[in-house]
Design a protein around this ligand. Structure first.
Ligand code: ADE
Ligand code: ZN
Length: 346
């Protein structure tokens, strides 16, 4: 008789190949690095220690987080700062077995403070190129417009991106969802798509399901970021399933920002079982208590889920990613081989 020993779930998760499609690079700024950069740049921060910074991360909703997140980003000034920030995240990818990452950045958070667009791009892309060569991690960049700012500012940002277009795969939409609906950005998304960018948007995180519908219909997005409030509109859920619109779900973010009070109430596994293409992502890991493995573990601890279902989160993310067909094939094969090997007791 052969005894098949399957690894404990946390070990299965740790070694499962992963793809991250929803990560704000500014949200990966750990308090320790925040302090180091504040010292390096002579910028005062209203905390004495990294531990005191962490203790302040107690959020009641999205806006209470955003206020602190934009404040934290003020320590980022030079190309070296953006490089250090991005490299630190990529090292975490290596630890967590993330093989491909599609990374958001918020240029307006920096250009509004007088930091040049080129400085931001030079630092981030330096780290991404190095990670591909040295760590084998592939990546794409998604430039987000801040929805609390106006259309003119988004258009100005699109112009600034011209020289870097070959390094940016898509435009996105983030920041305060309530009060800033997709329709505000119809024209800038149309122009971006005209220029060849793909498109994504945060929708149905704190805002209503209609923001998801409007992002699809008005902004013509290729994926929805968050999207968990889709369940309030059964017709929309049916559409997401039939069109296989991917939702980049962020479980720890959703509980930290009180979209769901407890992880066991989260709808990600239910959506997966209904046939919606959902994946697991970290959003702003330095603020929400964890990176990719932490998010997978948080779901698997709170909600009974099989290894096949955990692997399906990665397959969904691969299928919805913006990488080449060849890379997608490689990534699917990695996951299939891993699941086969663990099922065989390896
Ligand atoms: N910017 C960074 N994280 C965000 C989130 N979860 N929602 C909207 N905007 C964001
Ligand atoms: Zn986000």
């Amino acid at each position: 008789m052969t005894i098949v020993r399957t690894p404990p779930l946390h070990q299965f998760i740790a070694n499962l190949p992963k793809v991250e499609l929803h990560l704000h690079i500014e949200g990966s700024l750990e308090p320790e690095l925040m302090f180091a950069l504040a010292n390096r740049n002579g910028i005062p921060i209203p905390f004495d220690t990294p531990a005191a910074v962490k203790a302040a991360y107690d959020f009641s909703n999205l806006q209470s987080f955003l206020d602190i997140y934009y404040q934290g980003a003020q320590v980022l000034l030079t190309q070296a700062d953006f490089y250090d920030l991005t490299w630190a995240y990529l090292l975490r990818c290596k630890t967590d077995n993330v093989f491909h990452a599609e990374i958001f950045f918020d240029p307006q958070t920096h250009t509004e403070r007088g930091v040049e667009f080129d400085v931001v791009m030079a630092g981030i892309t330096q780290a991404l190129d190095q990670a591909e060569q040295e760590l084998g991690i592939t990546s794409q960049l998604i430039m987000c417009f801040l929805r609390h700012l106006d259309e003119a500012s988004a258009f100005a940002t699109l112009s600034q991106a011209e020289l870097w277009k070959h390094k940016i795969v898509a435009v996105g939409l983030d920041s305060s969802e309530v009060g800033h609906p997709p329709e505000k950005f119809i024209r800038v998304f149309a122009e971006a798509r005209q220029q060849g960018y793909l498109a994504v948007a945060h929708a149905g995180e704190e805002g209503p399901a209609s923001n998801i519908v409007d992002s699809l219909d008005m902004l013509k997005v290729d994926r929805i970021d968050h999207g968990v409030r889709c369940v309030e509109d059964p017709t929309l859920v049916a559409r997401l399933i039939s069109d296989q619109v991917h939702l980049t779900v962020c479980p720890l973010s959703n509980t930290k920002l009180k979209v769901f009070e407890h992880m066991h109430q989260h709808n990600i596994v239910e959506l997966l079982r209904q046939g919606v293409s959902v994946g697991i992502n970290a959003d702003d890991p330095a603020y929400f208590g964890g990176y990719m493995n932490d998010n997978f573990n948080a779901v698997a601890t709170a909600i009974p889920v099989t290894r096949q279902e955990l692997a399906k989160f990665t397959h969904n993310a691969i299928a919805a990613s913006f990488c080449s067909q060849d890379r997608k094939q490689q990534l699917h094969s990695l996951v299939l081989a891993y699941v086969e090997q663990t099922e065989a007791g390896g």
